[in-house]
Design a protein around this ligand. Structure first.
Ligand code: CAA
Ligand code: NAD
Length: 310
Protein backbone atom coordinates (compact mmCIF):
# COMPACT_ATOMS: atom_id res chain seq x y z
CA UNK A 1 0.00 0.00 0.00
CA UNK A 2 1.22 3.49 -0.77
CA UNK A 3 1.88 5.71 2.23
CA UNK A 4 1.42 9.33 1.15
CA UNK A 5 3.53 10.73 3.99
CA UNK A 6 6.56 8.70 3.06
CA UNK A 7 6.25 9.59 -0.59
CA UNK A 8 5.94 13.29 0.17
CA UNK A 9 8.78 13.51 2.67
CA UNK A 10 11.83 12.28 0.94
CA UNK A 11 14.55 14.78 0.25
CA UNK A 12 17.95 14.41 -1.31
CA UNK A 13 20.76 16.84 -0.57
CA UNK A 14 22.93 16.04 -3.55
CA UNK A 15 22.08 14.62 -6.90
CA UNK A 16 22.91 10.94 -7.14
CA UNK A 17 22.34 11.06 -10.89
CA UNK A 18 24.38 13.45 -13.03
CA UNK A 19 22.95 15.34 -15.96
CA UNK A 20 24.75 17.01 -18.88
CA UNK A 21 22.58 20.03 -18.13
CA UNK A 22 24.54 22.42 -15.92
CA UNK A 23 22.88 25.79 -16.58
CA UNK A 24 19.15 26.09 -16.06
CA UNK A 25 16.87 29.07 -16.56
CA UNK A 26 13.53 28.94 -14.76
CA UNK A 27 11.01 31.47 -16.03
CA UNK A 28 8.29 32.49 -13.58
CA UNK A 29 9.33 33.01 -9.97
CA UNK A 30 5.97 32.16 -8.35
CA UNK A 31 4.93 29.08 -6.44
CA UNK A 32 6.32 26.56 -8.91
CA UNK A 33 9.26 28.42 -10.43
CA UNK A 34 10.81 29.14 -7.03
CA UNK A 35 10.59 25.44 -6.11
CA UNK A 36 12.04 24.29 -9.44
CA UNK A 37 14.92 26.76 -9.05
CA UNK A 38 15.52 25.42 -5.54
CA UNK A 39 15.78 21.75 -6.50
CA UNK A 40 18.09 22.50 -9.44
CA UNK A 41 20.35 24.60 -7.20
CA UNK A 42 20.33 21.84 -4.56
CA UNK A 43 21.61 19.52 -7.28
CA UNK A 44 24.55 21.87 -7.88
CA UNK A 45 23.32 23.38 -11.14
CA UNK A 46 23.69 27.07 -12.04
CA UNK A 47 20.21 28.55 -11.97
CA UNK A 48 18.80 31.81 -13.24
CA UNK A 49 15.33 32.54 -11.90
CA UNK A 50 13.37 35.00 -14.01
CA UNK A 51 10.21 36.93 -13.35
CA UNK A 52 8.87 40.10 -14.91
CA UNK A 53 8.00 41.31 -11.42
CA UNK A 54 10.98 42.13 -9.21
CA UNK A 55 8.89 41.87 -6.00
CA UNK A 56 8.11 38.26 -6.92
CA UNK A 57 11.84 37.55 -7.18
CA UNK A 58 12.47 39.06 -3.74
CA UNK A 59 9.65 36.93 -2.31
CA UNK A 60 10.99 33.85 -4.13
CA UNK A 61 14.48 34.33 -2.65
CA UNK A 62 12.94 34.50 0.82
CA UNK A 63 10.84 31.40 0.37
CA UNK A 64 13.75 29.45 -1.18
CA UNK A 65 15.93 30.39 1.80
CA UNK A 66 13.20 29.23 4.22
CA UNK A 67 12.55 26.02 2.35
CA UNK A 68 16.25 25.18 2.03
CA UNK A 69 16.40 25.63 5.79
CA UNK A 70 13.61 23.06 6.20
CA UNK A 71 15.46 20.62 3.95
CA UNK A 72 18.77 21.23 5.77
CA UNK A 73 17.13 20.68 9.15
CA UNK A 74 15.97 17.31 7.95
CA UNK A 75 19.18 16.11 6.29
CA UNK A 76 21.68 17.60 8.72
CA UNK A 77 19.68 17.33 11.92
CA UNK A 78 22.79 16.41 13.94
CA UNK A 79 25.13 18.79 12.16
CA UNK A 80 23.68 22.32 11.89
CA UNK A 81 26.96 23.74 10.56
CA UNK A 82 26.82 21.41 7.55
CA UNK A 83 23.18 22.46 7.18
CA UNK A 84 24.17 26.12 6.99
CA UNK A 85 26.82 25.29 4.39
CA UNK A 86 24.23 23.39 2.36
CA UNK A 87 21.84 26.36 2.41
CA UNK A 88 24.58 28.88 1.52
CA UNK A 89 25.91 26.59 -1.23
CA UNK A 90 22.50 26.19 -2.88
CA UNK A 91 21.68 29.90 -2.58
CA UNK A 92 25.00 30.83 -4.21
CA UNK A 93 23.89 28.87 -7.29
CA UNK A 94 20.81 31.03 -7.90
CA UNK A 95 20.88 34.34 -9.80
CA UNK A 96 17.78 36.35 -10.63
CA UNK A 97 16.83 38.40 -13.67
CA UNK A 98 13.77 40.31 -14.85
CA UNK A 99 14.60 39.94 -18.54
CA UNK A 100 13.80 36.48 -19.96
CA UNK A 101 15.67 37.15 -23.21
CA UNK A 102 18.92 38.13 -21.47
CA UNK A 103 18.60 35.17 -19.10
CA UNK A 104 18.65 32.45 -21.77
CA UNK A 105 21.78 33.51 -23.66
CA UNK A 106 23.97 30.76 -22.17
CA UNK A 107 21.56 28.23 -20.83
CA UNK A 108 21.21 24.48 -21.45
CA UNK A 109 17.60 24.14 -20.29
CA UNK A 110 14.67 26.53 -19.93
CA UNK A 111 11.83 25.48 -17.65
CA UNK A 112 8.85 27.77 -18.12
CA UNK A 113 6.54 28.19 -15.12
CA UNK A 114 4.58 31.34 -15.93
CA UNK A 115 0.83 31.91 -15.91
CA UNK A 116 -1.34 29.11 -17.39
CA UNK A 117 -2.29 30.98 -20.55
CA UNK A 118 -1.47 29.82 -24.08
CA UNK A 119 -1.03 33.27 -25.59
CA UNK A 120 1.31 34.46 -22.83
CA UNK A 121 3.35 31.24 -23.10
CA UNK A 122 3.51 31.63 -26.92
CA UNK A 123 4.73 35.23 -26.66
CA UNK A 124 7.46 34.12 -24.26
CA UNK A 125 8.68 31.09 -26.23
CA UNK A 126 8.76 33.02 -29.53
CA UNK A 127 11.17 35.51 -27.94
CA UNK A 128 13.26 32.82 -26.25
CA UNK A 129 13.62 30.84 -29.47
CA UNK A 130 15.40 33.79 -31.09
CA UNK A 131 17.69 34.38 -28.10
CA UNK A 132 18.74 30.96 -26.73
CA UNK A 133 21.63 28.88 -28.14
CA UNK A 134 20.59 26.18 -30.61
CA UNK A 135 21.36 23.34 -28.17
CA UNK A 136 19.04 24.69 -25.44
CA UNK A 137 16.09 22.49 -24.49
CA UNK A 138 12.77 24.25 -23.82
CA UNK A 139 10.24 22.73 -21.41
CA UNK A 140 6.93 23.88 -20.02
CA UNK A 141 5.64 23.10 -16.53
CA UNK A 142 2.06 23.56 -17.75
CA UNK A 143 -0.64 21.85 -15.68
CA UNK A 144 -3.18 21.44 -18.43
CA UNK A 145 -2.21 22.90 -21.79
CA UNK A 146 -1.02 20.91 -24.78
CA UNK A 147 2.78 20.66 -25.07
CA UNK A 148 2.48 20.41 -28.87
CA UNK A 149 0.40 23.57 -28.97
CA UNK A 150 2.74 25.52 -26.67
CA UNK A 151 5.75 24.36 -28.72
CA UNK A 152 4.10 25.12 -32.07
CA UNK A 153 5.64 28.64 -32.10
CA UNK A 154 9.29 27.58 -31.82
CA UNK A 155 11.60 26.37 -34.58
CA UNK A 156 13.39 23.89 -32.28
CA UNK A 157 10.38 21.53 -32.03
CA UNK A 158 12.72 18.56 -31.52
CA UNK A 159 14.05 20.27 -28.40
CA UNK A 160 10.66 21.04 -26.83
CA UNK A 161 8.84 19.00 -24.17
CA UNK A 162 6.97 19.04 -20.88
CA UNK A 163 8.45 18.87 -17.38
CA UNK A 164 5.52 18.86 -14.98
CA UNK A 165 6.43 19.29 -11.32
CA UNK A 166 4.17 19.11 -8.26
CA UNK A 167 3.58 21.57 -5.47
CA UNK A 168 5.50 21.87 -3.12
CA UNK A 169 8.33 21.08 -5.54
CA UNK A 170 11.06 20.43 -2.92
CA UNK A 171 8.84 17.81 -1.25
CA UNK A 172 6.84 16.09 -4.00
CA UNK A 173 8.96 13.41 -5.62
CA UNK A 174 7.20 13.03 -8.95
CA UNK A 175 8.07 14.60 -12.29
CA UNK A 176 5.91 13.95 -15.35
CA UNK A 177 8.05 14.06 -18.48
CA UNK A 178 6.00 14.77 -21.59
CA UNK A 179 7.13 13.96 -25.03
CA UNK A 180 5.50 16.07 -27.75
CA UNK A 181 4.91 14.81 -31.30
CA UNK A 182 8.27 16.23 -32.45
CA UNK A 183 10.38 15.82 -29.29
CA UNK A 184 13.55 13.95 -30.24
CA UNK A 185 14.77 10.84 -28.46
CA UNK A 186 17.84 12.81 -27.39
CA UNK A 187 15.75 15.60 -25.82
CA UNK A 188 13.46 13.10 -24.09
CA UNK A 189 16.46 11.23 -22.61
CA UNK A 190 18.06 14.51 -21.50
CA UNK A 191 14.82 15.58 -19.77
CA UNK A 192 14.50 12.20 -18.01
CA UNK A 193 18.13 12.33 -16.91
CA UNK A 194 17.78 15.92 -15.68
CA UNK A 195 14.62 15.03 -13.71
CA UNK A 196 16.54 12.28 -11.94
CA UNK A 197 19.45 14.65 -11.31
CA UNK A 198 17.15 16.97 -9.35
CA UNK A 199 15.99 14.05 -7.22
CA UNK A 200 12.67 13.22 -8.87
CA UNK A 201 11.09 9.97 -9.92
CA UNK A 202 10.10 10.44 -13.55
CA UNK A 203 7.05 9.04 -15.28
CA UNK A 204 6.17 9.56 -18.91
CA UNK A 205 2.80 10.46 -20.33
CA UNK A 206 1.56 11.33 -23.80
CA UNK A 207 0.60 14.92 -24.49
CA UNK A 208 -2.95 14.53 -23.18
CA UNK A 209 -4.96 17.04 -21.07
CA UNK A 210 -3.66 17.00 -17.49
CA UNK A 211 -1.23 14.16 -18.22
CA UNK A 212 -1.70 11.51 -15.47
CA UNK A 213 -2.01 13.34 -12.18
CA UNK A 214 -4.12 16.36 -13.13
CA UNK A 215 -6.47 14.34 -15.35
CA UNK A 216 -7.44 12.52 -12.15
CA UNK A 217 -6.88 15.24 -9.53
CA UNK A 218 -8.56 18.24 -11.18
CA UNK A 219 -11.98 16.55 -11.71
CA UNK A 220 -11.75 15.26 -8.11
CA UNK A 221 -11.13 18.80 -6.79
CA UNK A 222 -13.88 20.17 -9.05
CA UNK A 223 -16.37 17.60 -7.74
CA UNK A 224 -15.43 18.52 -4.15
CA UNK A 225 -16.08 22.21 -4.91
CA UNK A 226 -19.47 21.30 -6.42
CA UNK A 227 -20.31 19.23 -3.31
CA UNK A 228 -19.49 22.30 -1.18
CA UNK A 229 -21.44 24.61 -3.50
CA UNK A 230 -24.54 22.44 -3.24
CA UNK A 231 -24.27 22.64 0.54
CA UNK A 232 -23.98 18.86 0.88
CA UNK A 233 -21.25 19.28 3.51
CA UNK A 234 -19.10 22.07 4.91
CA UNK A 235 -15.62 22.76 3.50
CA UNK A 236 -14.08 21.58 6.75
CA UNK A 237 -16.07 18.31 6.72
CA UNK A 238 -15.30 17.57 3.08
CA UNK A 239 -11.59 17.97 3.82
CA UNK A 240 -11.70 15.95 7.03
CA UNK A 241 -13.64 13.22 5.21
CA UNK A 242 -11.04 12.80 2.47
CA UNK A 243 -8.10 12.96 4.88
CA UNK A 244 -9.47 10.48 7.39
CA UNK A 245 -11.61 8.41 5.04
CA UNK A 246 -9.30 8.15 2.05
CA UNK A 247 -5.88 8.84 3.55
CA UNK A 248 -5.04 11.97 1.53
CA UNK A 249 -2.54 14.33 3.18
CA UNK A 250 -4.76 17.33 2.39
CA UNK A 251 -8.49 17.58 1.72
CA UNK A 252 -9.58 18.66 -1.79
CA UNK A 253 -10.55 22.22 -0.82
CA UNK A 254 -7.34 22.74 1.15
CA UNK A 255 -5.49 21.43 -1.89
CA UNK A 256 -7.40 23.78 -4.22
CA UNK A 257 -6.33 26.72 -2.01
CA UNK A 258 -2.75 25.40 -1.95
CA UNK A 259 -2.51 25.02 -5.75
CA UNK A 260 -4.15 28.45 -6.28
CA UNK A 261 -7.80 28.97 -7.20
CA UNK A 262 -6.75 30.99 -10.26
CA UNK A 263 -4.72 28.02 -11.52
CA UNK A 264 -7.67 25.66 -10.87
CA UNK A 265 -9.93 28.02 -12.83
CA UNK A 266 -7.46 28.43 -15.73
CA UNK A 267 -7.28 24.64 -16.03
CA UNK A 268 -11.06 24.07 -15.92
CA UNK A 269 -11.85 26.96 -18.28
CA UNK A 270 -9.28 25.76 -20.81
CA UNK A 271 -10.61 22.22 -20.76
CA UNK A 272 -14.25 23.36 -20.85
CA UNK A 273 -13.55 25.43 -23.98
CA UNK A 274 -11.87 22.45 -25.63
CA UNK A 275 -14.25 19.73 -24.42
CA UNK A 276 -17.65 21.48 -23.89
CA UNK A 277 -19.51 18.14 -23.65
CA UNK A 278 -17.52 16.88 -20.65
CA UNK A 279 -19.58 17.82 -17.54
CA UNK A 280 -16.58 17.29 -15.22
CA UNK A 281 -14.97 20.37 -16.79
CA UNK A 282 -18.02 22.67 -16.49
CA UNK A 283 -17.42 26.10 -14.90
CA UNK A 284 -18.15 26.30 -11.16
CA UNK A 285 -19.84 29.55 -10.04
CA UNK A 286 -18.37 29.57 -6.52
CA UNK A 287 -14.84 29.10 -7.89
CA UNK A 288 -15.36 31.90 -10.42
CA UNK A 289 -16.69 34.18 -7.67
CA UNK A 290 -13.71 33.60 -5.36
CA UNK A 291 -11.27 34.25 -8.20
CA UNK A 292 -13.13 37.41 -9.25
CA UNK A 293 -12.84 38.62 -5.65
CA UNK A 294 -9.06 38.01 -5.71
CA UNK A 295 -9.42 35.17 -3.20
CA UNK A 296 -6.89 32.85 -4.81
CA UNK A 297 -6.08 30.65 -1.81
CA UNK A 298 -2.95 30.48 0.33
CA UNK A 299 -1.00 32.90 -1.88
CA UNK A 300 -3.44 35.80 -1.31
CA UNK A 301 -4.42 34.91 2.26
CA UNK A 302 -7.95 33.69 1.46
CA UNK A 303 -9.71 31.09 -0.65
CA UNK A 304 -12.04 28.49 0.77
CA UNK A 305 -10.20 29.21 4.05
CA UNK A 306 -8.37 32.19 5.52
CA UNK A 307 -4.57 32.16 5.99
CA UNK A 308 -1.98 34.37 7.64
CA UNK A 309 -0.58 36.65 4.93
CA UNK A 310 3.06 35.73 4.18
N1 CAA B 1 9.97 23.06 1.04
C1 CAA B 1 10.70 22.24 1.81
N2 CAA B 1 10.13 21.46 2.76
C2 CAA B 1 8.80 21.53 2.93
C3 CAA B 1 7.99 22.38 2.16
C4 CAA B 1 8.63 23.17 1.18
N3 CAA B 1 7.95 23.99 0.39
N4 CAA B 1 6.69 22.22 2.54
C5 CAA B 1 6.70 21.31 3.51
N5 CAA B 1 7.96 20.89 3.75
C6 CAA B 1 8.39 19.88 4.70
C7 CAA B 1 8.25 20.33 6.13
O1 CAA B 1 9.43 20.96 6.59
C8 CAA B 1 7.98 19.04 6.86
O2 CAA B 1 9.18 18.38 7.15
P1 CAA B 1 9.28 17.50 8.50
O3 CAA B 1 8.42 16.30 8.26
O4 CAA B 1 10.72 17.19 8.59
O5 CAA B 1 8.77 18.39 9.59
C9 CAA B 1 7.23 18.19 5.85
O6 CAA B 1 7.52 18.75 4.56
C10 CAA B 1 5.76 18.22 6.12
O7 CAA B 1 5.32 19.58 6.15
P2 CAA B 1 4.35 20.18 7.23
O8 CAA B 1 4.54 19.49 8.55
O9 CAA B 1 4.44 21.66 7.17
O10 CAA B 1 2.89 19.89 6.72
P3 CAA B 1 2.20 18.56 6.27
O11 CAA B 1 2.59 17.39 7.05
O12 CAA B 1 0.78 18.95 6.19
O13 CAA B 1 2.73 18.32 4.75
C11 CAA B 1 2.51 18.69 2.44
C12 CAA B 1 2.65 19.33 3.81
C13 CAA B 1 3.80 17.97 2.06
C14 CAA B 1 2.26 19.83 1.47
C15 CAA B 1 1.34 17.64 2.46
O14 CAA B 1 0.19 18.23 3.02
C16 CAA B 1 0.99 17.13 1.09
O15 CAA B 1 1.64 16.24 0.55
N6 CAA B 1 -0.11 17.69 0.49
C17 CAA B 1 -0.57 17.32 -0.83
C18 CAA B 1 0.19 18.07 -1.87
C19 CAA B 1 -0.24 17.70 -3.26
O16 CAA B 1 -1.15 16.94 -3.51
N7 CAA B 1 0.44 18.33 -4.23
C20 CAA B 1 0.13 18.18 -5.61
C21 CAA B 1 -0.76 19.32 -6.04
S1 CAA B 1 -1.25 19.20 -7.74
C22 CAA B 1 0.05 19.85 -8.56
O17 CAA B 1 1.01 20.32 -8.02
C23 CAA B 1 -0.05 19.80 -10.04
C24 CAA B 1 -0.69 20.92 -10.74
O18 CAA B 1 -0.37 21.08 -11.92
C25 CAA B 1 -1.72 21.79 -10.14
P1 NAD C 1 2.20 31.79 -9.97
O1 NAD C 1 1.08 32.71 -10.27
O2 NAD C 1 2.58 31.51 -8.57
O3 NAD C 1 3.54 32.30 -10.72
C1 NAD C 1 3.59 32.67 -12.09
C2 NAD C 1 4.64 33.76 -12.21
O4 NAD C 1 4.91 34.00 -13.60
C3 NAD C 1 4.22 35.12 -11.62
O5 NAD C 1 5.14 35.47 -10.62
C4 NAD C 1 4.27 36.09 -12.81
O6 NAD C 1 4.78 37.37 -12.44
C5 NAD C 1 5.24 35.36 -13.74
N1 NAD C 1 5.09 35.72 -15.14
C6 NAD C 1 3.93 35.87 -15.84
N2 NAD C 1 4.23 36.15 -17.13
C7 NAD C 1 5.58 36.14 -17.24
C8 NAD C 1 6.50 36.33 -18.33
N3 NAD C 1 6.06 36.58 -19.56
N4 NAD C 1 7.83 36.24 -18.09
C9 NAD C 1 8.30 35.98 -16.83
N5 NAD C 1 7.47 35.81 -15.77
C10 NAD C 1 6.14 35.87 -15.98
O7 NAD C 1 1.87 30.43 -10.76
P2 NAD C 1 2.35 28.94 -10.42
O8 NAD C 1 1.36 28.31 -9.53
O9 NAD C 1 3.79 28.94 -10.09
O10 NAD C 1 2.13 28.25 -11.86
C11 NAD C 1 3.05 28.43 -12.92
C12 NAD C 1 2.84 27.35 -13.97
O11 NAD C 1 3.03 26.07 -13.36
C13 NAD C 1 1.45 27.33 -14.61
O12 NAD C 1 1.58 26.89 -15.94
C14 NAD C 1 0.73 26.30 -13.76
O13 NAD C 1 -0.36 25.71 -14.44
C15 NAD C 1 1.84 25.30 -13.53
N6 NAD C 1 1.70 24.45 -12.33
C16 NAD C 1 1.14 24.94 -11.17
C17 NAD C 1 1.05 24.13 -10.05
C18 NAD C 1 0.46 24.63 -8.76
O14 NAD C 1 0.21 23.81 -7.86
N7 NAD C 1 0.23 25.91 -8.58
C19 NAD C 1 1.56 22.82 -10.10
C20 NAD C 1 2.17 22.36 -11.29
C21 NAD C 1 2.21 23.18 -12.40
Amino acid sequence: MIHFGIIARNFSSTAAVQSAIKNVTVIGGGLMGSGIAQVAAQAGQNVTLVDVNNDVLTKAQKSITNNLGRVAKKIYKDNPQEGEKFVAGALSKIKTNTDPVAAVKETDLVVEAIVENMKVKHDLFKKLDEAAPSHTIFASNTSSLSINEIGSVVKRKDKFGGLHFFNPVPVMRLLEVIRGADTSEETYSAMMQWGKSVGKTCVTCKDTPGFVVNRLLVPYIAEAIRLYERGDASARDIDIAMKLGAGYPMGPLELADYVGLDTNKFILDGWHAKYPNEPLFNPIPVLNKLVAEGKLGVKTGEGFYKYDKK
